[in-house]
Write a protein that binds this ligand. Sequence first.
Ligand SMILES: Nc1nc2c(ncn2[C@@H]2O[C@H](COP(=O)(O)OP(=O)(O)OP(=O)(O)O)[C@@H](O)[C@H]2O)c(=O)[nH]1
Ligand SMILES: [Mg+2]
Length: 237
Amino acid sequence: MAKSRFEYVRQFETHCTLLPETYIVVRIDGKKFHEFSKHYDFEKPNDARALRLMNACAKNVVLKYRNDIICAFGESDEYSFILRKDTVLFKRRHDKLSSLFVSLFSSNYVALWDKFFPDRPLDYKHLPFFDSRCVCYPSLNTIKDYLCWRFVDTHINNLYNTVFWNLIIKCGLTPQESEQKLCGTLSSEKQEILFADCGINYNNEPEMFKKGSLITNKGEITHVDVVKIIDSLFEKF
Ligand SMILES: Nc1nc2c(ncn2[C@@H]2O[C@H](COP(=O)(O)OP(=O)(O)OP(=O)(O)O)[C@@H](O)[C@H]2O)c(=O)[nH]1
Ligand SMILES: [Mg+2]
């Protein structure tokens, strides 16, 4: 390529290369999905269509980079993609990994929207977009704890949201009353309130809501107790 006198400006570009021999997590998260979910009338607290759409997008990302990905885990409006510690994908460049994963995910979200929301076309004033970050984990222990953290977070959030919204929808409480009733309660007490006041057994809630979604590098989507199987998940990595 011919060089111009302007070429020198390239020197101002910086490239952050992620530490070698560390597990990389690329985590994407929906921007203002509180508003987005309201605009498109997502069911509360969980909309199965929205979660399946997230899973379909994540599966396509996993399959595209299956040789570099160990697994992916998602809940609500977020997804984490866990890359092997020896990956050299995009030369481990932070900006490339972060931007390509999130743009591939976002374009899938838009392209697949109609399949999951056939009666609710996307409107260009309310388009979905996502942020993205890369984090390096230096050991097998820390990457396992990362995945367990996201899994446990799913459980905590889902239990709270399930009781909070059912107290409003089924029992007619105001959001403030519901919040007050749950304030300071333990996990077992929340389940008890859900059963006694709303007639719902938390154990019978859909597995996808309670456990989030785990995608293997073969593209298989499962809803399992991640903490229980964490060692086998990383056996070969
Ligand atoms: N009703 C409904 N809302 C959902 C569902 N999944 C995600 N959301 C909404 O998306 C939000 C995701 O949480 P956050 O990522 O912390 O909030 P956010 O509004 O996206 O804010 P930023 O990520 O900081 O831009 C939830 O608080 C819900 O309001 C769903 O299945 N049903
Ligand atoms: Mg968000």
